[in-house]
Ligand binder design. Structure first.
Ligand SMILES: [Zn+2]
Length: 396
């Protein structure tokens, strides 16, 4: 009963939020509800400042229909992500608009405590960017490396090798709102699926080759294992090459030790003087170069392609999206396409669509925030309903 009521409130708010309805009559028609019910629901949402009502200027006779608008600034979230060697926090409203950003630069050899303290300060400074009427509804961390998303623990990061098992739920738990942790590749794939309108049943693989190497996979309409935050960690697949190279995860001879940007950067910098530091800078630098004679790139590429081909035989994706600085180079991209063409065992059936993506910021943000924002809005309207009931009970 109570759930039905909350569902109705969310349905009304969603229609206005998505621009599908701007007055009570349209809501009533689209949801097939009686006008008195709709008026009651809209009244609740206006009282909660989820909806605003503006009197429309009437033409001719009769009372004009009031115009409803959705209050995007009712709730806000702080979204924290990793870009190169920085933590970037954004103040985001319900419309997923970024209202402001703050950046922190934990030094490479920061320990867990230092990163925790810097993140707390970062979230605090970012939350202060919201106007006073915006209620902070979520702190959402979209992190790279290895995570235990269920327990909100950031286990390992290649960018801060001394960080171990940072409990983000505890470190950021005093802002009076839920803390969410999602793997950045899972967030990016979730966002891409919506933005690029993937077919819901399509098996899609997102492969990132940059500072670290990893993948995310969607099947059956879901990003697989996103609630756990661990899947497709091909960067830490063992090569068994017997070189004994230490990886950031604590093991030796993972794929990243021969192909991650963190591992091959010194060799790259020798081959390409003036190599920029950031992934986006490197992407622009390498995009137009002939990399076919580069031992650093070709050696890394061969290993990445070999494991990618095996990954395809495990997951059989119908669509592959490549991200990171290296795949922006046309020759590197072509090598990936050839690998995907050769990988399937039933060629006539499995034709893989391959593309390169570089707008990871927007897709990651929307993929990470849509669920926390929807949940927060639902909690808000459910609370208003409960508050109204108890008020009525008290009055009655
Ligand atoms: Zn590793």
């Amino acid at each position: 009963m109570e759930t039905d009521r909350t569902d109705d409130l969310v349905a009304v708010a969603s229609l206005v939020r998505s621009g599908q309805a701007t007055n009570r009559g349209e809501i009533s028609r689209q949801l097939g509800m009686r006008s008195t019910t709709v008026s009651d629901l809209v009244g609740r949402l206006i009282a909660q400042e989820v909806l605003h009502e503006n009197a429309a200027r009437g033409r001719g006779k009769g009372r004009p229909a009031a115009v409803l608008s959705f209050n995007q600034q009712r709730l806000g979230a702080v979204f924290v992500t990793v870009i190169d060697q920085s933590l970037v926090a954004s103040a985001v409203d319900l419309g997923l608009r970024v209202l402001g950003q703050v950046t922190a630069h934990p030094p490479t050899h920061s320990d867990t405590e230092t990163v925790a303290r810097m993140m707390h300060r970062l979230v605090q400074d970012t939350a202060a960017l919201f106007a006073p009427q915006v209620e902070l509804a979520a702190v959402v961390c979209s992190m790279s490396g290895l995570l235990d998303a269920e327990h909100k623990i950031w286990c390992v990061s290649a960018r801060w090798p001394e960080l171990r098992n940072l409990d983000l739920g505890a470190a950021l738990g005093d802002f009076g709102c839920p803390v969410w942790l999602i793997r950045n590749l899972d967030a990016e794939l979730a966002g891409l699926r919506v933005i690029e309108r993937h077919h819901p049943e399509e098996n899609a693989l997102l492969l990132h080759w940059g500072h670290g190497i990893g993948a995310a996979y969607a099947s059956g309409g879901e990003v697989v294992n996103r609630n756990r935050g661990r899947f497709c960690e091909i960067g830490h697949w063992g090569l068994g090459n017997g070189r004994g190279r230490q990886c950031s995860c604590g093991n030796t001879d993972c794929l990243e030790t021969v192909a991650g940007l963190w591992a091959i950067r010194p060799a790259l910098a020798r081959e390409f003087p003036g190599l920029p530091h950031s992934e986006s800078g490197i992407a622009a630098h390498l995009a137009r170069m002939d990399l076919r004679d580069s031992p650093a790139i070709q050696g890394a590429l061969a290993e990445v392609l070999r494991l990618t081909a095996n990954l395809c035989r495990l997951l059989f994706p119908e669509r592959v999206i490549l991200t990171g600085p290296f795949v922006q180079n046309p020759d590197v991209f072509a090598r990936f396409v050839q690998t995907f063409d050769a990988a399937p065992m039933l060629r006539s059936l499995d034709k893989v669509r391959v593309s390169v993506s570089d707008n990871s910021d927007l897709s990651e943000l929307s993929g990470a925030l849509s669920e926390p924002m929807d949940r927060a809005l639902r909690d808000l309207v459910a609370g208003s309903d409960q508050r109204a009931r108890s008020l009525r009970a008290a009055e009655g």
